[in-house]
Design a protein around this ligand. Structure first.
Ligand code: EPZ
Length: 426
């Protein structure tokens, strides 16, 4: 298992460029199964993207890659079953269900199961497919869906689920008639998927609002599409600049996608300047206390909750973070406490009493955003930190260590062997 070692205490300064959004690339790659050929630009170089490419190949698509461009070609018949090991490795694999159901008339996908941050059910995905005429059965941990031809339906999502909105939208593109999704997720990544599908001739209206209308068409044509920048990666590097009291400019970002995060950084008393496709943060003091509640977009994103907790751990006064999206997304609090943070968890609330200093420690990443949060804390802490679980980080942050090093961070990647060897030193 690869780990990170970070020597903290140095302000970060400089510019960092964000890659394409992981959470847009994954649904768009799944959606590429809906047409014969799709070219996708600005795909980030991430473990999760490599898993999705493996999955597309496993169901019969021909996938080629040239740096950040991916070519998906699937003119012929596809396999309707997704391999267990890939779905278990990455729950976003479940996003191929809609496209396979449409292309093959059936789909068998392993239940993705829970993960470190929660149960992660898929009942709303299945509710949508059933409303569109699919027969659904669950046997031995697999979801089996079959539908010779899907028809349009009125679907209300009890929760504005990003994945369910995306899966249903993909299936509805080629269903017979109109589908309306109410209480749909409004995330920019949902809009990006809709724009990708519309560039191939789909007829989707209202993406980015709570009501999405999809008029089914007979087929989608070949297309080429560029993924939006990763707003969560951008937020992570902005917080890296803030927590180290440095000055960081993030390039290739759409400020509109980060309104809630920028508003909170302003409330923390930090100097944030927005340009057309970049944002600069300058911090010369500790963050002021704030209250944060994670919510579906356009609310404060749950994926920025952990990095922001690290920032507030070194802030002034007492802050409160309410996590309303996932039921178990505070695991990083325990690890931050090992660095001297004063955080107590009360149900879905984290009460953070800011301290003037954190101390380097050995800490463990449990999911990619928690891993990023621990790195940010280590960058500001006094002394050396060892962060285990780098494989989590590599799922969502391309070239994380080198991007931080370019900002002046003292950070290195090392594997266990070196760690053990250092333990044998005389
Ligand atoms: C997407 O996950 C993102 N992943 C997550 O990012 C992100 O945290 C999440 O949306 C919320 O914004 C990708 O896009 C690949 P949801 P998703 O369905 O689609 C409940 C990261 O760090 N729910 O919107 O799985 C669910 O339990 C990852 O990049 C149901 O009840 O999230 C959760 O409480 C982590 N039934 C809430 O909805 C369902 O059928 C939001 O989940 C589906 C979801």
């Amino acid at each position: 298992m690869k780990n990170l070692v970070i020597w903290g205490g140095r302000p970060l300064r400089g510019e960092v460029r964000c890659d394409g959004a992981k959470n847009a690339a994954l649904p768009v790659l799944a959606g590429a199964l809906l047409m014969e050929n799709a070219t996708i630009y600005e795909v980030p170089d991430l473990a999760d993207v490599r898993t999705m490419v493996e999955l597309l190949r496993a169901v019969g698509a021909d996938v080629k890659q040239d740096r950040d461009t991916i070519y998906v070609s699937s003119p012929g018949p596809l396999m309707y079953e997704a391999p267990y090991d890939l779905v278990r490795k990455m729950r976003a694999s479940f996003l191929v269900m809609g496209p396979l159901l449409v292309r093959c008339g059936k789909a068998s996908i392993p239940l993705p199961g829970g993960c470190a941050i929660g149960q992660r059910p898929v009942d709303l995905h299945l509710k949508g497919f059933q409303a569109m005429g699919a027969h659904i059965s669950i046997e031995k941990g697999y979801v089996h869906a079959s539908a010779p031809k899907l028809h349009g339906a009125q679907i209300y999502l009890d929760v504005p689920s990003v994945g369910a909105t995306e899966n249903i939208m993909m299936a509805a593109c080629l269903a017979h008639g109109e589908t309306v999704i109410d209480n749909a997720a409004q995330e920019p990544e949902v809009v990006d998927l809709a724009n990708f599908l519309n560039s191939a001739g789909a007829r989707i209206k209202g993406a980015g609002t709570p009501r999405i209308r999809i008029d089914g068409v007979k087929e989608l044509r070949d297309t080429a599409y560029t993924i939006i920048p990763d707003r969560i990666e951008a937020a992570t590097y902005l917080i890296a600049g803030a927590i180290t009291q440095g000055n960081v400019t993030v390039d290739n970002v759409i400020p509109l996608h980060l309104k809630s995060v920028l508003a909170k950084l302003h409330e923390c008393g930090l100097e944030v300047t927005e340009w057309n496709k970049s944002i600069e943060i300058s911090a010369s003091c500790r963050a002021k206390p704030v209250k944060i509640k994670t919510l579906p977009y356009p609310g404060f994103p749950t994926d920025v909750q952990a990095p922001f907790m690290s920032l507030l751990s070194l802030g002034e006064g007492t802050s409160i973070i309410s996590e309303t999206v996932f039921e178990n997304r505070f695991a990083h609090a325990e690890e931050l406490r090992r660095m001297g943070a004063k955080i107590r968890i009360e149900g879905s609330n984290a009460v953070i009493e800011g301290v003037p200093q954190l101390t380097g420690a050995t800490v463990q990443a449990t999911d990619l955003r928690a891993g990023a949060a621990l790195c940010l804390a280590a960058l500001a802490a006094q002394g050396v930190s060892y962060i285990t679980g780098l494989e989590h980080l590599e799922r969502g942050y391309a070239n994380f260590a080198s991007k931080l090093r370019d900002l002046g961070a003292r950070i290195a990647v090392f594997d266990e062997a070196i760690e053990q060897a250092s333990g044998f030193a005389p």
